[in-house]
Design a protein around this ligand. Structure first.
Ligand SMILES: NC(=O)c1ccc[n+]([C@@H]2O[C@H](COP(=O)([O-])OP(=O)(O)OC[C@H]3O[C@@H](n4cnc5c(N)ncnc54)[C@H](OP(=O)(O)O)[C@@H]3O)[C@@H](O)[C@H]2O)c1
Length: 283
């Protein structure tokens, strides 16, 4: 495959939508968007309109050289089995984008002669957002032929391809889960603390943005130790005790505070460590 391969996107969800748009922008032809239910049909139609693709319910008569499964992790294996009978797979490439699962989920297509790989973008895709894939790292593993194709596609999108051993995928995906979904859970938790300070959710979001953005900028510039400020780095155990008292009103947020406080003592520079440790451990 020297020219850019034609692509079929299976599953017009959050990843499928963003990926198809970026691929189209990168000069790839999106041959088809496959929707399996009336629920996703509307989204598939909108995506097809944006990318010049056609909408289909299966791969019959679809000429794509690369089929990119963008279905939930739990459906990859069954979707692949279903797609197996719909195409001549010899010489084709099938990809999925699960961070945790390996290319073995596509074994049913591999057995029919497809080259298969997993290609996971270290990026978050939610409804309504269209992140650029430029500079986004993709972790790729699988059959040599499919890895070659996936690497070239990632490069064409301006992303960065990295190899990943199968055995490392679960840990790698746990890392990714900290980097966005659990970070978002932390942000949702901060809103609970704002609420007991009498600040509503919308105002909390608005008022937090400057400190959040500066924290990320500091993290990028100085790393975690250099970006760390507040009562723990200063060793101010009395202030931490005060926080813990008021957070009793929101026990789940208090648990998060305690866990992150202990993580800070373990991984970050802090003063007055033994007093802080006693306080966090007994609470
Ligand atoms: N979202 C992210 O930030 C992100 C980041 C990196 C990797 N990923 C990976 O991307 C993949 C998709 O995740 P997502 O967040 O995009 O999920 P999603 O928004 O829930 O979209 C999944 C899409 O797949 C469709 N689908 C489900 N089962 C199908 C089947 N058997 N055949 C055809 N289509 C089917 C769904 O349609 P219905 O709604 O009609 O069922 C929906 O359109 C996952 O492997 C995930 O790990 C996601």
């Amino acid at each position: 495959m020297v020219a850019k391969p034609g692509i079929a996107i299976v599953g017009p969800g959050n990843l499928g939508t963003a990926l198809a748009v970026e691929l189209r922008r990168g000069g790839f032809v999106i041959e088809a968007v496959i929707a399996h239910s009336p629920k996703s049909l509307r989204r598939a139609r909108a995506l097809a309109k944006r990318t010049g693709a056609r909408v289909a319910s299966n791969l019959l008569n679809v000429k794509a050289e690369v089929v990119w499964l963008c279905v939930p992790d739990s459906s990859i294996r069954s979707a692949a089995r279903l797609l197996a009978t719909q195409l001549e797979w010899k010489g084709r490439v099938a990809l999925h984008s699960s961070g945790a699962l390996t290319s073995d989920e596509l074994d049913s297509l591999r057995k029919l002669g497809a080259g298969v790989a997993s290609a996971h973008p270290f990026m978050t895709f939610v409804r309504g957002s269209q992140p650029t894939l430029a500079r986004v790292p993709f972790a790729i593993e699988g059959d040599a032929s499919a890895v070659r194709v996936a690497r070239r596609m990632v490069r064409d999108l301006g992303g960065q391809a990295y190899p990943i051993p199968k055995a490392d995928k679960a840990a790698y995906h746990a890392w990714g889960t900290f980097a966005s979904p659990l970070l978002t859970a932390l942000l949702a938790t901060t809103e609970q603390a704002a609420a007991i300070a009498g600040v509503g959710r919308k105002a909390a979001v608005r008022r937090m943005m400057p400190i959040l953005l500066q924290t990320l900028a500091n993290y990028a510039a100085f790393g975690a130790p250099g970006a760390f400020s507040g009562p723990l780095v200063r060793g101010d155990a009395e202030t931490v005790a005060r926080h813990l008292r008021v957070l009793s009103d929101v026990p789940a947020a208090r648990e998060v505070y305690l866990s992150l406080g202990r993580a800070a003592l373990k991984y970050l520079p802090t003063k007055n460590r033994s007093a802080l440790k006693r306080l966090l451990d007994k609470s």
